[in-house]
Design a protein around this ligand. Structure first.
Ligand code: SAM
Length: 379
C-alpha cells in the first residue's frame, strides 16, 4: 500500500466536515487514490469506520494516526472477547444519549453495534448455488425461529476477500450486494408474477431489482424516487441484471403517484434515520439527531398516506425502514392505521407467527436492523 494504513485513514478523517459524511469522504478519497488496490481500499474503509465505532474511547488530543491505531486495537480485542467491554460503557459511549428514549438498548444489541458488519449478497432466483460455487467463501443465512424462511431466499454471506464488483457474476448480473434484512423486505412484499407493483422510494433500486426478480421479470414494476441521480443508477443496475418489466418516474412524495395504474402492491421503503445501519456506518451515530428522527417520522407518515391511494382494493401496502426508533417504525404504523380505516394489518409472509409488523433484529440476523409492516386495502 506504500503509505501506512493510519496515514490514509487520517487523511480521510481530516476531510470529513459537516455535510460530508464518512462514506462520501471515503468514496472521494478512494476514487482519487489510484495506488490503493482492492485490499488496501477495504483496509482504509475499515480503519475509518472502526475509528467512529470507538471514538469515545480515544484521546482526542492525540494525532489521528495514533487514534486510528488504538481504535483498531479496541476492535481486535472486542472481536476476540465481546464481554470485555461492559454493556454500561457501550450504552454511554457507543451511541448518542437520545437513542435510549427511542429503543431498548440491551447488551446484545449494543455488542452487535460494535462488531464488524457482515457482507451479504443476493443471487438471482435459482442462482445461489452457482454463485456460491464460483465465488467460494459463501454461507447461507441462518434465520431465527421467529421468521418463516422464504422458499426463494437466495442470500449468501460472503466471507472472502475478493473485490466483488470485479467478479464475473456481478458484472453479468448474477448477483447483487444487498443486506440480508433488505432482502427479507422483498420477501415480505412477495410480489407474484404478472402483478403491478410500485416501489415508491426506489432509490438506486436495491429492492426494485429484487421485486422484479421475484416477479420473474413479468408484470409491471413502477420505480420512483425524488432523486434523478438515484433513478439513473437504478437504470444502470437494471440493465446489468437483465430487468425489463419496469418503468421509472420522478415522485417527490408530495402528492399522488405519477401514473394512474392501480397497484396490487406498493412498497414504501421510506427515508429514515438509518439507526439500523449504524453497525455498518458508525459515523452516522454522531451526525444523526433526535430532530432528524422527528422530521423523518412526519415524512414517512406523509409518504405512506400518498402512496396508499395507489393500492387497489385487496392490494397490499408495505412500509419498511432501516431504523429501529419507536417514533419511526411502530408510531408511524399506528398513525397510518388510525387515519386509514380502509386498510387492515396484513400478515407478513416472512413472519412465522403471521405478524403484520416485524422488527428485523441486527443481532439475530447479523445484518441491518429493519422494520417492516404490511396492510391490505379492504375498501
Ligand atoms: C431508504 S432509501 C431507498 C432505498 C432503496 N429502496 C433501496 O432498496 O435501494 C429512501 C429513498 O427515498 C427517497 N426520498 C426521500 N425523500 C423522499 C420524498 N419526500 N419523496 C420521494 N422519495 C424520497 C430518497 O431519495 C431515497 O432514495
Amino acid at each position: 500500500m506504500g503509505e501506512t494504513l493510519e496515514n490514509h485513514a487520517a487523511r480521510v478523517l481530516g476531510s470529513i466536515r459537516p455535510g460530508v459524511p464518512a462514506d462520501a469522504a471515503l468514496r472521494e478519497y478512494l476514487v482519487s487514490n489510484r495506488t490503493l488496490g482492492a485490499v488496501g481500499k477495504r483496509s482504509v474503509s475499515r480503519a475509518v469506520f472502526t475509528y467512529f465505532r470507538w471514538i469515545n474511547w480515544l484521546e482526542r488530543g492525540e494525532s489521528l494516526q495514533k487514534q486510528v491505531v488504538k481504535a483498531l486495537g479496541f476492535q481486535t480485542r472486542f472481536e476476540r472477547d465481546p464481554a470485555s467491554v461492559k454493556a454500561e460503557a457501550l450504552a454511554s459511549r457507543a451511541v448518542p444519549g437520545w437513542l435510549a428514549g427511542e429503543m431498548e438498548l440491551d447488551a446484545g444489541t449494543l455488542r452487535q453495534l460494535q462488531r464488524e458488519p457482515a457482507l451479504w449478497i443476493r443471487a438471482k432466483l435459482g442462482g445461489a448455488g452457482a454463485v456460491g460455487t464460483a465465488l467460494g467463501s459463501c454461507d447461507p443465512p441462518v434465520l431465527p425461529s421467529s421468521l418463516a424462511a422464504p422458499g426463494e431466499l437466495s442470500a449468501l454471506r460472503y466471507r472472502g476477500a475478493a473485490d466483488l464488483h470485479k467478479a464475473q457474476g456481478f458484472q453479468e448480473g448474477a448477483f447483487e450486494i444487498q443486506d440480508l434484512s433488505s432482502q427479507l423486505v422483498g420477501h415480505a412484499c412477495a410480489p407474484a408474477t404478472g402483478e403491478t407493483w410500485w416501489d415508491a422510494c426506489a432509490g438506486e433500486g436495491g429492492k426494485s431489482l429484487h421485486l422484479s426478480d421475484l416477479m420473474r421479470n413479468k408484470g409491471l414494476l413502477w420505480a420512483t424516487d425524488r432523486s434523478v441521480r438515484r433513478i439513473s443508477v437504478l437504470k444502470r443496475r437494471a440493465a446489468r441484471a437483465g430487468m425489463f418489466n419496469y418503468r421509472t418516474a420522478i415522485w417527490t412524495g408530495t402528492g399522488p403517484a405519477p401514473f394512474r395504474t392501480p397497484c396490487d402492491g406498493v412498497l414504501v421503503d421510506a427515508p429514515c434515520s438509518g439507526v439500523g445501519t449504524w453497525q455498518r456506518n458508525p459515523h452516522a451515530r454522531w451526525t444523526t439527531s433526535i430532530d432528524d428522527v422527528r422530521e423523518l417520522t412526519a415524512v414517512q407518515g406523509a409518504l405512506l398516506g400518498h402512496a396508499a391511494r395507489s393500492v387497489k382494493p385487496g392490494g397490499r401496502l408495505v412500509y419498511s425502514v432501516c431504523t429501529t426508533t419507536r417514533s419511526e417504525t411502530a408510531s408511524v404504523a399506528e398513525g397510518f392505521e388510525a387515519s386509514h380505516p380502509g386498510f387492515e394489518p396484513a400478515p407478513l409472509p416472512i413472519s412465522a407467527a403471521g405478524a403484520a409488523r416485524l422488527m428485523l433484529q441486527s443481532r439475530e440476523l447479523d445484518a441491518n436492523g429493519m422494520f417492516v409492516a404490511a396492510w391490505k386495502r379492504v375498501r
